[in-house]
Design a protein around this ligand. Structure first.
Ligand code: NAD
Length: 260
């Protein structure tokens, strides 16, 4: 039986990388989807790939900026108007920002990362949890990072935002557990998405592959996570099987965060 048959899952950052892979995975398990992204083009590609892989899946796409509250209120309202409920929420959109010492980090760059990665996750929680509390059910997965639980260096805006996502997750799980709603976070190590390719280019513009080798030498398993491994965890946390996991931060990083 399909784990997500008739369930409605809302995904931010659905136009690329982990969000797109999660959408494809959940569609393959029968979910009805609402996909949010700032990139209309990215959303169109995801919708096309879903139609190819899981024909007939219900897919609503909403172009929205997760850092703008009016946009967040709109993507939630459009999802509820289309489907009548929100069973799962993958609160995932984010950006990397630049790699610099703190003294060389542009303040508006810091603000931009915080606004998308932390304010965006907060706004998503604010508007979706109101719906889930009313329903008396729901599962939320926020995307944190190894950078949200360890200091990895040269990425203070990203680290600050992802540590904030961990704090929001724990607090939201404690607040909303009593309403039948779970809120968890995943903390992935590196997955080779466009975001990580850009990160490696910033570390070594002449030879990003060398940057990748150096980066991986620090990982106990010496490799990137696959999208399949990460989406497996997301699907588990959004399914009823994980109902008693709440306010937790689950690493999926080959052991990287245990090592520092
Ligand atoms: N790839 C990794 O190794 C890795 C590791 C840990 C955590 N993460 C986190 O996973 C999440 C997804 O990253 P990814 O690797 O899939 O990156 P990605 O760049 O492939 O996808 C991110 C998506 O978010 C969208 N987005 C960016 N700003 C937005 C905004 N203001 N409003 C709406 N959408 C916006 C982008 O258009 C893009 O489609 C991020 O939160 C990232 O920090 C990624």
């Amino acid at each position: 039986m399909e784990r997500f048959g008739t369930k409605v899952v809302l995904i931010t950052g659905g136009g690329s990388g982990i969000g797109r892979a999660a959408a494809l995975r959940l569609a393959s398990e029968g979910a009805r989807l609402a996909l949010v992204d700032i990139s209309a083009e990215g959303l169109a590609v995801t919708a096309e790939e879903i139609e190819k892989a899981s024909p007939g899946t219900a897919v609503l796409t909403v172009v929205a900026d997760v850092s703008a509250e009016a946009d967040v209120a709109r993507y939630v309202a459009e999802t509820v108007a289309a489907y009548g409920c929100i069973d799962g929420f993958f609160n995932n959109a984010g950006i990397e920002g630049t790699q610099n010492l703190i003294q060389d980090t542009a303040t508006d760059g810091f603000d931009r990362v915080m606004s998308i990665n932390l304010r965006g996750v907060f706004l998503g929680l604010k508007h979706v949890l109101a719906v889930m509390k009313e329903q008396g059910s729901g599962s939320v997965v926020n995307t944190a990072s190894v950078g949200g639980i360890r200091g990895t260096g040269l990425q203070s805006p990203y680290a600050a935002s992802k540590h904030g996502v961990v704090g929001l997750t724990r607090n939201a799980g404690v607040e909303y557990g009593q309403y039948g709603v779970s809120v968890n976070a995943i903390a992935p190590g590196a997955v080779l998405t466009p975001m990580v390719q850009e990160y490696l280019r910033q570390l070594n513009p002449e030879d990003p592959e060398q940057a990748a080798r150096e980066f991986l030498s620090d990982n106990p398993m010496k490799r990137f996570a696959t999208l399949g491994e990460v989406t497996h965890l997301i699907a588990f946390l959004l399914s009823g099987e994980a109902a008693f996991i709440n306010a937790a931060v689950l690493t999926i990083d080959g052991g990287q965060s245990a090592k520092y």
